[in-house]
Design a protein around this ligand. Sequence first.
Ligand SMILES: [Zn+2]
Length: 133
Amino acid sequence: MADGIKKNKQGSISGGNQLEKRTITAMIRIYCKSVHRSKELCGMCRDLNEYALKRIEQCVYGVNKPVCQHCTVHCYSPLMREEIKKVMHYSGPRMLFRHPVLAIAHMVREKRKKKNNPGLTDSDIRSQNKIAK
Ligand SMILES: [Zn+2]
């Protein structure tokens, strides 16, 4: 099994959180491999990953959480926030090539946040919601 990814104790895996966790882990992997030249996650990135997963688990928004970048609750400590930001900036665009499904799901969630998007009709939003269920 993949290291570092554990089912939570209740045994229930909530879809939204799980996706967010996989996205974060994948992003940190890409970042560490390219920037830190580390085959496995280096100690720092392992800490960051664990920290981020814990934060996602404890997120006050639960499954309906916004994407972390747009979250109004600043649950990351300033230091970790800086690190996560770097990781997201670096790995975000690269996710499209290595993990297209995760990246697209991530973008859809982000898009849904932008209520004033003129290109998005109500039926678009409804069909997106259907996919999410
Ligand atoms: Zn690293």
